[in-house]
Ligand binder design. Structure first.
Ligand SMILES: *Cc1c(COP(=O)(O)O)cnc(C)c1O
Length: 387
């Protein structure tokens, strides 16, 4: 839907949101919606969570922005926490998912150059992946629809079929500086990596002195029930990209890097004016606190089981549900009916969902969701499928 002076980059639904509280949002007509999109895995604590509000209020009175020419305590503390929880060695801060991927790609190129000279600049990425819209991230996004009108993209990249271990092995050589992968493909339709595929990728990276990059922009920050998605797969990457849930609605992105990457980075290699400002970092610190100390991760595990159980009940009743996918509160419903029409009918009945891939709809409730709202959401899905 096109309206007013906003460029047509998004096909928007006819909802103008004005207010939110927990997992509910309200439009300008006062209609209430259960929000199972959460800003596409952004509002991890729901809307207007008191802890987030408090962090913004307190920090905005003290110091909002200071140049990265100087230190700020919130950025240092956030880097400490991300390293402590991941077991990695250093963090870089930016403002979005695509910027986190850009940073990881640059760090991989730098590392490659130090290890093998200019020839060692190639990157392997996965078909059906999504890593962002800026030119570097777009170059490793394995979907034609995003790339086709923006050629030529950056050279030295090649894609393989996701989870094809043999192909990965045969494409690997000493000119590869990185493999980039989403532990669970989000935009592509909620498709999980096989543990054995990630293990092989890790081994190959070690063998060929390349870096393993995990894009956890969507599946990280508690979405799967662990703070980092990689914990669920038992494979630690060299670089992990974060954004979306990290700020719970306040823009922030980050890359967390292993020791060998950290050692290869020097002054001037990368930067961001806004990245890691005290305001954004104080919000991210508040969120990490909620997730790790206030039982939110446990809630993800419980509510995931509860939601998937209820969806399985629906699947027995409705042939139009072909598959239930995902992990934690990153859940996909594969449908045999038109997903766009389905999402529109859910909106009509007061439930927000978002498509993924050609025939999947995503359910991304906030991580602190309560059973009562899952009941209400599943009832709406049931009634739409019963039509
Ligand atoms: C959303 C997303 C991105 C891009 O994030 P932006 O903040 O929109 O730039 C990158 N990777 C994955 C896996 C995503 O889901």
């Amino acid at each position: 839907m096109s309206k007013g002076k906003i460029l047509n980059t998004y096909a928007r639904f006819d909802v103008t949101a004005v207010e939110g509280k927990g997992c509910l949002i309200y439009d300008k007509n006062g209609k209430e919606y259960i929000d199972f999109v959460s800003g596409v895995a952004v509002n991890c604590l729901g809307h207007c969570h008191p802890t987030i509000i408090k962090a913004i209020q307190e920090q905005s009175c003290k110091l909002m922005h200071v140049s990265n020419l100087y230190w700020n305590e919130q950025q240092m503390e956030l880097a400490e926490k991300l390293c402590e929880f991941s077991g990695l060695q250093g963090a870089f801060f930016c403002n979005s998912g695509t910027e986190a991927v850009e940073a990881a790609v640059k760090f991989a190129r730098k590392y490659g150059k130090l290890k093998g000279g200019i020839a060692k600049h190639e990157i392997i990425y996965m078909k059906n992946s999504f890593h962002g819209r800026t030119l570097g991230a777009l170059s490793v996004t394995g979907q034609e629809k995003y790339q086709k009108d923006f050629m030529p993209l950056i050279p030295g990249v090649k894609s393989i079929e996701f989870n094809d271990t043999d192909k990965l092995r045969s494409e690997m050589n000493s000119n590869i500086c990185a493999i980039i992968v989403e532990p669970i493909q989000g935009e592509g339709g909620i498709i999980a990596a096989q543990k054995s595929f990630l293990e092989e990728a890790k081994q190959l990276c070690e063998k060929y002195e390349a870096l393993l990059i995990f894009d956890e922009v969507q599946c990280g920050i508690g979405r799967l029930g662990s703070l980092f998605a990689f914990e669920k797969f038992g494979v630690t990457p060299d670089l992990v990209c974060l954004a979306k849930g990290l700020g719970g609605g306040f823009p922030i992105g980050a890359v967390v890097a292993s020791e060998k990457v950290a050692e290869s980075i020097s002054y001037g290699d990368h930067g961001s004016t806004f990245g890691g400002n005290p305001l954004a970092c104080s919000v991210a610190l508040a969120i990490l606190g909620e997730l790790t100390e206030n039982g939110v991760l446990t809630n993800v595990e419980h509510m995931s089981q509860y939601l998937v159980g209820k969806l399985q009940g629906l699947k027995e009743k409705h042939d139009s549900i072909k598959d239930i996918r995902g992990m934690g509160l990153l859940v996909g419903l594969q449908l045999s009916i038109d997903t766009k029409g389905f999402v529109n009918q859910c909106i009509e009945k007061g439930l927000l969902l978002v498509g993924a891939g050609a025939d999947v709809v995503r359910l991304l409730p906030p991580l602190n969701i309560e059973a009562e709202y899952i009941d209400r959401a599943v009832d709406i899905i049931d009634s739409v499928l019963s039509r």
